[in-house]
Design a binder for this molecule. Structure first.
Ligand SMILES: Cc1cc2nc3c(=O)[nH]c(=O)nc-3n(C[C@H](O)[C@H](O)[C@H](O)COP(=O)(O)OP(=O)(O)OC[C@H]3O[C@@H](n4cnc5c(N)ncnc54)[C@H](O)[C@@H]3O)c2cc1C
Length: 477
């Protein structure tokens, strides 16, 4: 029996917990199912005849208002933590628009009639809000009220439906409040006109690790192993035994066979829908039923290496139109020159799907045929310029906030958070659409809860800002 703190899942949340525990002199054991660390923020490496290509699973811009996190990563990466200029565009009705918007570009591409329609619908919604306000339950209710129907349909409702695979009228308003809560026509215009004062998604520069976001997590692995921690890949928990309000032991499948741990605490960032099934004695029926009804949206990806200096100067290009099979592509070289060999570039193409559906089941060649047809139609790329194609899939990508998710999640979390030495963290672990920064914060707070012996509010990081405001104190490397 091993008695170290156990961390299930080696994504950003799990690795941040491991790093923070290690900084406090603990030697946790990380259990990761995959071969590499970093979860959805890992970086894949491809050795090709013309050199090495790197790609994230959808490149990871780092953005946070929490300075502690920048210092936390800076301490890991030093000069490998670079600043990148941001350029994002989206494609609607045959035209490209910059995001954050540039007023001249929008008016030119949209034309006066559509612009007038946007304004009319917006004013209509303002008047309606005063006379007969809409009931606000869904993402659609929120976006239409806030922006007017024409702008909502322009690039918000269709892209959101493409991501989630369900109508916006069936997506909880929580998603709108979490993602675009601070966004309005005025804040967007203010940003376009004055280049400052906009909401948090509209930043023109961001930080990025020079060799992909996975560098953060591989560096954590190296640091914590040097200090006595253990990281087991190709490993997963099989059973989580509990007695009363405590976890007593965990069976883990490892490449060397099944091991049993008696950890003082368990930090868990594996999908909550999977975790609840591992409990012995089993979780209550209502908890298991609630978990069965929570769904994740999946993604299939293509990574294309390309015999050209650049395809675009964009970081990301979005395709909200549902007739275009992919939702977005990114050009990795525009994040860091180290992502492609000299003279070549690459594209990472994202398809949204459900595990087991048509897109999920497509072979690499089928998916490539679908994609390249569109790349040629969009005049971005010719088939003969593609040097190699790689195919990758991820199943637990987006926790779906449908209209009933909150109730179900509360049932599950009340059960899990009831164990005094179990800490559910992260995007799949708390069924919360986090970005890297929020997952890192959750991991750090779980670790601090263990170190300080008091449970912090892992979900509502804002409530624990006092801890982060104390500032990051580097430990000796
Ligand atoms: C396409 C895409 C683009 C993104 N872009 C950005 C961006 O630009 N900026 C940003 O900040 N964030 C971005 N994100 C979000 C970011 O990837 C996530 O917030 C972050 O990875 C969540 O970290 P996590 O540790 O909570 O979960 P995950 O990354 O999902 O990590 C969970 C880990 O648990 C492991 N695991 C699962 N099941 C088991 C099991 N049974 N046993 C053991 N291990 C298991 C997984 O393999 C994984 O390593 C993006 C996400 C996607 C999908």
């Amino acid at each position: 029996m091993d008695d170290q703190i156990l961390i299930l899942g080696g994504g950003p949340a799990g690795m941040a917990a491991a790093m923070e525990l290690s900084r406090a002199g603990k030697t946790p054991t990380v259990i990761e199912k995959a071969s590499a660390l970093g979860g959805l923020a890992k970086t894949l490496k491809f050795e090709e005849p013309d050199g090495t290509y790197l790609t994230d699973i959808g490149p990871h811009r780092f953005f946070s208002k929490n300075k502690y996190l920048y210092d936390f990563i800076e301490n890991l990466l030093g000069e490998e933590w670079i600043r990148v200029r941001r350029q994002t565009r989206f494609y609607v009705d045959g035209k490209y628009y910059f995001y954050p918007i540039r007023l001249g570009n929008v008016l030119k591409q949209m034309g006066p009639f559509k612009a007038a329609r946007v304004l009319f619908d917006y004013l209509y919604e303002r008047v309606r809000k005063m006379i007969k306000p809409r009931e606000m339950r869904s993402f659609e209710d929120y976006v239409v009220t806030q922006f007017g129907r024409t702008l909502a349909e322009f690039n918000m409702l269709n892209y959101t439906e493409k991501i989630w695979g369900i109508p916006c009228s069936e997506i909880s308003i929580d998603w709108a409040l979490q993602r675009i809560g601070g966004l309005s026509i005025w804040s967007t215009l203010k940003k376009a006109l004055f280049k400052k004062g906009g909401p948090k998604t509209l930043v023109d520069e961001f930080y990025y690790p020079s060799h992909g976001s996975g560098l953060i997590y591989e560096t954590i692995k190296k640091r914590i192993e040097e200090k006595g921690s253990t990281v087991l890949t190709h490993s997963e928990p099989l059973k989580i035994r509990c007695e009363g309000k405590r976890i007593t032991s965990v069976d883990v499948k490892t490449p060397e066979g099944t091991k049993t741990y008696a950890p003082p605490s368990v930090v868990c960032s594996i999908p909550v829908t999977e975790a609840v099934k591992l409990f012995d004695p089993p979780a209550p029926k209502e908890v298991l039923a609630a978990a069965k009804n929570l769904r994740f949206r999946a993604q299939a990806y293509l990574f294309l290496t390309i015999n050209r200096e650049f395809v675009t100067r964009d970081n990301w290009v979005y395709y909200p139109d549902k007739s275009i099979p992919f939702g977005r592509f990114s050009e990795m070289k525009n994040f860091s020159r180290f992502m492609s060999p000299p003279g070549k570039t690459s594209l990472f193409v994202e398809f949204f799907c459900f595990e087991g559906d048509g897109i999920w089941n497509m072979s690499k060649d089928e998916l490539f045929t679908l994609a390249i047809e569109w790349f040629e139609k969009l005049k971005l790329l010719r088939k003969d310029e593609v040097l190699s194609v790689h195919h990758y899939k991820a199943s637990h990508v987006y926790p779906i906030y449908d209209l009933l998710y909150k109730e179900r999640l509360t049932t599950i979390m009340e059960y899990l958070d009831g164990f005094e030495n179990f800490f559910a963290i992260g995007r799949p672990g708390r069924f919360r659409y986090t970005n890297q920064d929020h997952s890192l914060e959750m991991g750090i707070l779980a670790a601090r809860s263990i170190i300080e012996g008091r449970r912090m509010d892992i979900e509502n990081v804002g409530k624990e800002k006092e801890y982060f405001e104390r500032g990051f104190i580097p430990t000796e490397k």
